[in-house]
Design a protein around this ligand. Structure first.
Ligand code: ZN
Ligand code: ZN
Length: 386
């Protein structure tokens, strides 16, 4: 095979989408963002049974978070005022102040917090807000401090679409958990009390390592089937349609994939029966790694890059360049790609292009219906040349 000629990705400067100090754009966006999040938080305090997640509520102190909400609301107003002073983005400032105003009218940061009736199905508004703030704090900071492509902007092409996916995935958390918990009950026959007891007797870190390996084995094959089975590919193609890699890019995925992935990864966790500490470690590790590997960052990982899936490794999975197609399926470790012969990790090179070879629709609805569109196209009788 002739040697492949790797090229450097070109990211030209995008002055219209950049954030520059002194224009009012930063304060405008900050005001709208904080105002929107504050309003969502106030709604979650008003209707906790419907808008918060039972599993997550046990992990945070709702009264303490109200103090943070207070700062969020005042900062939204502050940034709104700054925007008026800087003139150019006044409409955004106005919107931010409006959103916060509604949040104040609905009760603001002083809604009494009491016991919450646990509803089976609810929207994870609390999960959405906390995950969004956490992601921005960790990953956007990382992308700004150690970027791979310095010229790449936060508001890149299709950022709104991916933000929508981010919101959907987080709001649907309880539906995903209900489905995943139901799915694993089909594997009850495979549970062994003795195996579970011996696994729980080993140190937490070893249990953690064991989950990573078992979960990655399942994720590897699930991912590979999505690529190699013809009728599954259009579902997974949605995740691959993103052409700019950053912290938000990994959120894009067809809901069938989101549900099936979580349900499948639950199987090894359920069968291993690891202790709670190891399980929590894994959930945190998996959530952070899933975002990190899509990030626009050249953070050096040293020898760890040969063990764990890192941004450069997963960026290759998203490349539309020939040698990288259908490679690097692993989610956590390089192990299974190496073992099953699907590794593509050229030394020091990064991909030059991302995305699918055939373009997908650029709307949420178009992408959700894409598998049906492809199926219909295949059913059509072949058009003959006249
Ligand atoms: Zn893939
Ligand atoms: Zn990905």
């Amino acid at each position: 095979m002739p040697e492949y000629h790797y090229q450097e990705r070109q990211v030209p400067q995008d002055e219209t989408s950049e954030f520059r100090i002194g224009e009012g754009k930063i304060s405008g966006y900050a005001s709208v963002l904080l105002g929107g999040l504050s309003l969502l938080a106030v709604l979650a305090y008003l209707f906790p049974a419907y808008l918060t997640t039972t599993e997550l509520r046990q992990l945070y102190d709702a009264e303490y978070l109200q103090k943070i909400l207070k700062y969020g609301m005042y900062f939204s107003l502050f940034f709104g005022v700054v925007t008026f002073y800087l003139k150019k983005f006044r409409r955004m400032g106005f919107l931010g102040v409006m959103l916060t105003g509604i949040a104040f009218l609905l009760g603001g940061y002083s809604i009494p917090v009491g016991p919450v009736e646990a509803k089976r199905l609810s929207l994870g508004v609390d999960w959405l807000i906390l995950a969004f703030l956490g992601s921005v704090a960790i990953f956007v900071t990382l992308e700004k401090l150690i970027p791979k492509y310095k010229n790449q902007v936060i508001l890149r092409k299709e950022w709104g679409l991916d933000l929508f996916y981010f919101c959907f995935n987080h709001l649907a958390i309880s539906a995903i958990l209900i489905y995943a918990n139901y799915h694993v009950t089909h594997f009850d026959w495979a549970i062994s009390e003795t195996v579970q007891a011996s696994i729980r007797s080993i140190p937490t870190l070893l249990q953690f390592a064991l989950i990573i390996i078992c979960a990655d084995f399942v994720l590897y094959w699930e991912h590979r089937l999505y690529h190699e089975i013809k009728f599954l590919w259009p579902i997974h193609a949605v995740h691959h349609s993103v052409e700019t890699m950053d912290w938000l890019a990994g959120s894009r995925g067809h809901f069938i994939q989101t549900f099936s992935e979580r349900a499948m990864v639950m199987v090894p966790l359920y069968l291993l029966g690891v202790g709670e500490a190891a399980l929590n470690l894994y959930v945190a590790f998996a959530a952070l790694q899933a975002v990190l590997i899509h990030c626009n960052t050249k953070l050096p990982f040293g020898p760890l890059k040969y063990i764990f899936v890192t941004p450069r490794f997963h960026h290759w999975h998203h490349s539309s360049e020939k040698p990288a197609i259908d490679t690097n399926y692993s989610a956590h470790l390089l192990l299974f790609d190496w073992l099953f012969g699907t590794l593509h990790f050229p030394k020091d090179h990064w991909p030059a292009t991302y995305g699918t070879t055939r373009k997908l629709p650029q709307t949420y609805l178009g992408q959700t219906l894409y598998p049906i569109t492809v199926f219909r196209r295949q059913q059509e009788p072949e058009k003959r040349e006249p």
